[in-house]
Design a protein around this ligand. Structure first.
Ligand code: HEM
Length: 468
């Protein structure tokens, strides 16, 4: 058996964690040069086998769950944040049912009703901003998106409770979701205790809301909460309230940081490209009649530049740039070169690396939304793999896990929130661009900071002036 090359480390206990922590993309790229696409490195107490390139993406995303498991990789951490018996803390087949429940709550009919709610939340929030000033875009969009996401996914009751301290509970829960928690999921420290208290308090709040809806049949809502209350497992049983609470928290987490960072990055990139801001406003005027026209689900579909701004931001600044599984069989063989990965190792795909590889994207470090409409990049010429025809029931058919562009992952664990994510991002970014002029405070777009679970800008300040 051929052994996977191991990255050398000077530091005995930490292994490569310091270098990886500082700039994982650079670390992975420089190891790739030295060792090829497949190599093992040490993250404190974990051995991680990176599987890079489109072949690596395919290897990791197509792995069977009883060979390389996402639950075995993530549950040590997620069970403390989301709660028990859901997502990775249950049998794979049960999670797949739960995933389909969430997916069924994210239908086009629901989206049509969501858009006015998202716009109302955006406008309420933006109305309160000063006519002129400076703001941290990541914090601003974080605060806004918790409103839009909880209003649409969790419903009006949770949204109304946000202003009374519930936002702080999400913040405390969040502190259990940092890279450090991947290495040390549970420690007797105040932050971990706060996380647990916040999870319990949220569960109590959600349970009260569920009770309230059950006792008041006139309260008819069409949100994810209601979908889950009305869903049935294949064996005919309803979803227990405690599980509904956990699934709601997981869904909110799935959409919250990913969308806040993506909108912040998009606005920071646009802040340095006034020509694209002008072109985007022009597109809105041409397609919608004027900048005053309200967005709807349907007219947001007719704004290709806005869509490509989101897509290009996800390429260059993917909020989740690597995804892990854990080997649960004695040995897993990387077929392409016969390398053997032992039980207990994590395998790691890094679309964040293929997405800036010049083999697939011309001038890859340049943020250029037009590359998607010009279709000049080699990525457009890639044939779809056979695995693109597998239907996992999440609407991911047609997406090969061998693609170099996978900001939503691939295969059985692929994101079910892509459509909702795009919709929310287009509405939020579009509304901000309509209502504000803005510019960066630094000469160049800021560098990424990798110390939080999603990749955030190092400095996300912008100067803004109200246009209306
Ligand atoms: C899975 C990214 C929005 C719910 C994933 C994965 C990625 C991702 C990369 C795959 C993880 C893996 O393979 O290990 C994103 C991005 C988003 C976004 C970039 C927004 C821009 C959302 C939203 C929701 C959501 C809005 C919920 C409403 C989920 C769920 C999974 C998932 C349930 C499945 C996890 C699994 O099967 O293991 N997402 N997501 N995501 N996401 Fe998203």
């Amino acid at each position: 058996a051929k052994v996977v090359p191991t990255v050398f480390s000077w530091v005995p206990v930490m292994g490569n964690a310091v270098e990886f922590g500082k700039d994982p993309i650079q670390f992975l790229k420089s190891c790739q040069k030295k060792y090829g696409d497949v190599f093992t490195f040490q993250l404190v107490n974990k051995k991680v086998t990176a599987c890079l390139g489109p072949d690596g993406n395919q290897f990791v995303f197509n792995a069977r769950q009883n060979v390389a498991s996402a639950a075995a990789a993530y549950n040590d951490m997620t069970k403390y944040v989301f709660g028990r018996d859901i997502v990775f803390d249950t049998q794979h087949s049960i999670f797949m049912e739960q995933k389909r429940f969430i997916k069924s709550g994210l239908s086009i009919d629901t989206f049509r009703k969501d858009v006015p709610l998202i716009l109302e939340e955006c406008n309420l929030f933006l109305d309160k901003m000063e006519p002129k000033g400076q703001v941290d875009a990541y914090h601003m969009f974080g605060a806004l998106i918790i409103n839009t996401a909880s209003r649409t996914l969790l419903g009006p009751e949770v949204r109304n409770a946000l202003d009374d301290g519930v936002a702080q509970l999400y913040y405390d829960l969040d502190q259990g979701f940092r890279p450090i928690n991947f290495m040390f999921p549970n420690l007797p420290l105040p932050a971990y205790r706060k996380r647990d208290v916040a999870r319990e308090k949220l569960a109590t709040l959600y349970s009260q809301i569920i009770e309230g809806r059950r006792n008041n049949p006139d309260n008819v809502q069409e949100d994810l909460l209601q979908t889950l209350m009305d869903s049935r497992y294949k064996d005919g049983s309803g979803i227990p309230d405690a599980q509904i609470c956990g699934i709601l928290t997981a869904a909110l987490f799935g959409g919250q940081h990913t969308s806040s960072t993506t909108s912040a990055w998009a606005i920071l990139e646009l802040a340095h490209r006034p020509d694209i801001v002008t072109a985007l406003r022009q597109e809105m005027i041409e397609k919608l009649g004027s900048l005053k026209a309200e967005f709807t689900y349907d007219n947001l579909e007719e704004l290709p530049l806005l869509e490509n701004i989101v897509r290009e931001t996800l390429r260059l600044h993917p909020p989740i740039f690597n995804m892990m599984r854990r080997v649960v069989v004695d040995e897993m063989v990387y077929e392409k070169n016969g390398l053997v990965i032992p039980k207990g190792n994590y395998i790691c795909a890094a679309p964040g690396v293929t997405q800036i590889d010049e083999t697939y994207f011309n001038n890859p470090m340049k943020w250029n939304p037009y590359r998607w409409s010009e279709k000049t990049d080699p990525v457009h010429a890639l044939e779809q793999g056979e695995d693109a025809n597998i239907d996992y029931g999440f609407g991911a058919v047609g997406i090969s896990s061998r693609s170099p562009f996978l900001p939503f992952g691939a295969g059985r664990h692929r994101c079910i929130g892509e459509k909702f994510g795009y919709l929310q991002l287009k509405a939020v970014i579009g509304t901000f661009v309509k209502r504000f002029d803005f510019e960066g405070v630094t000469e160049h777009v800021p560098k990424p900071d990798y110390t939080s679970m999603v990749v955030v800008p190092e400095n996300s300040n912008i100067r803004f002036t109200r246009r209306d």
